[in-house]
Design a protein around this ligand. Sequence first.
Ligand SMILES: Cc1cc2nc3c(=O)[nH]c(=O)nc-3n(C[C@H](O)[C@H](O)[C@H](O)COP(=O)(O)O)c2cc1C
Length: 184
Amino acid sequence: MKNIDFPVEEFHKILAPRPTVVVTSKDDNGNINAAPFSFVMPVSLDPPLIAISSSPNHDTVKNIEKTEGFTLSIATESIINEVWEMAKEVPSDENELEMAGLSEEPGKSINLPIIEEAIANFECGAVSIEKTGDQKLIIAEIFDISLRSDMIKEGILDVEKAKPLLHINDDIFVIGDHLRKVNE
Ligand SMILES: Cc1cc2nc3c(=O)[nH]c(=O)nc-3n(C[C@H](O)[C@H](O)[C@H](O)COP(=O)(O)O)c2cc1C
């Protein structure tokens, strides 16, 4: 098989699939906003820090610049249609959680809703937001995690039950539904 050249600005289509999350934030008038993100990675364990890269035009990053707090919900196959619905561009005062038909529950650490249908919700606070190339990189501390008790097995995510939604590009996903252990 021969190798081909691939456009470097499309590397994210190859560095895939990536976990999909829903970031819920609010503007300074208290309007709730939610959108899916897959440019997401852990960056520190102590303190627990997570990084999200966002287009500077998104309401999500504009809100977090003003109000700092957000919740990050792990997306799974069961909410694939809702995730796609929330990616649509709508006026900034429209609540995408309501639009997608997802249920809000009060968070514990910050004054923002968590998503009832998500298997796990992280409550976070931004510690820095930097322009990085054509994106903005949000680094945030995780204050609290609520996880559905049936989604953990032997201390790790039970992927066979959870079926995490892994993003490739646009509306194309992989469902991460089985484990493979190294045979030594
Ligand atoms: C699965 C999925 C993952 C996405 N990941 C990102 C991402 O990591 N960064 C980004 O800027 N936009 C991403 N998007 C696009 C935003 O979700 C979309 O533009 C959304 O309308 C932004 O909403 P907001 O303006 O309310 O923040 C993704 C879309 C989908 C469907």
